[in-house]
Design a protein around this ligand. Structure first.
Ligand code: ZN
Ligand code: ZN
Length: 237
């Protein structure tokens, strides 16, 4: 009897733990070493907005021309295959198992980037209607491994999404820039209770134009939190 490839794939599926991408069994769950090496890494990125830039360059042309104040973006990956599938699986198909993997990839990148660490982690909130539909906030799920690894508090009471916005990817550039304006609000009483904050990291799955993160960053800076970091799993090049 000749065993076909499908037999081994079937066998691999029956033997946990296996790689989330190629489904081969391996000790390096949830990704095997080959699939990890093949991810679309973002090793040379603008320090302000994490856009891919040529090696040796520290800033992209847009950030050099108009530097945003006191912002650093960390994004280990480019939003390309198979990262787009992993993120879409988490956001739209209930694959909650992708969250610890994406969170761990972000955690490794953040720890490698080094200090200074923020005083708290702020996952981008979902509007309560979307949260009810989805059952979980993917940004919060991605932030959990970071909070565990760094011991930093995960703050979910400070920021509220007061208006449901259209998914950034479904809009053209002009609509994307306008979309998040006024979508978020800070809870002033919660801010008071947190005391004086100097550095906060906002966590999200993907940074597309950065308009959502910039809107939250603007609110935080208006509230006196000068150093804002954007920590995202993937950057749309
Ligand atoms: Zn694999
Ligand atoms: Zn830039």
């Amino acid at each position: 009897m000749v065993y076909g490839w499908s037999f081994f794939r079937h066998l691999a599926r029956a033997l946990p733990p296996s790689c989330l991408l190629c489904e081969m069994p391996g000790r390096l769950h949830p990704l095997c070493a080959g699939c990890t090496a093949d991810l679309p890494w973002n090793p040379s990125a603008c320090r302000t907005c994490a856009l891919p830039v040529p090696p040796g360059q520290r800033d992209c042309a847009a950030c050099l021309a108009r530097p945003p104040l006191q912002v650093r973006t960390l994004a280990p990956l480019r939003y390309e295959f198979p990262v787009d599938h992993l993120v879409a699986g988490l956001k739209y198909h209930g694959r909650l198992a992708h969250a610890p993997l994406l969170g761990a990839l972000l955690r490794e990148h953040v720890l490698a980037a080094g200090a200074p660490l923020p005083e708290l982690l702020l996952p981008v909130p979902l509007h309560r209607r979307r949260l009810a539909e989805r059952g979980y906030n993917q940004a919060l799920e991605i932030a959990r491994p970071l909070a565990r690894a760094t011991g930093l508090p995960l703050e979910t009471g400070l920021l509220r999404r007061q208006r449901a916005t259209a998914a950034q990817m479904s809009l053209d550039a002009e609509a994307r820039a306008r979309n998040p304006a006024g979508a978020f609000a800070l809870d002033a009483a919660r801010l008071d209770r947190l005391g004086s904050l100097r550095r906060v990291a906002i966590i999200d799955d993907v940074m597309t134009t950065g308009a959502t993160l910039a809107e939250i960053g603007r609110l935080l800076q208006q509230a006196g939190i000068l150093h804002v970091e954007y920590w995202v799993v993937a950057r749309t090049p």
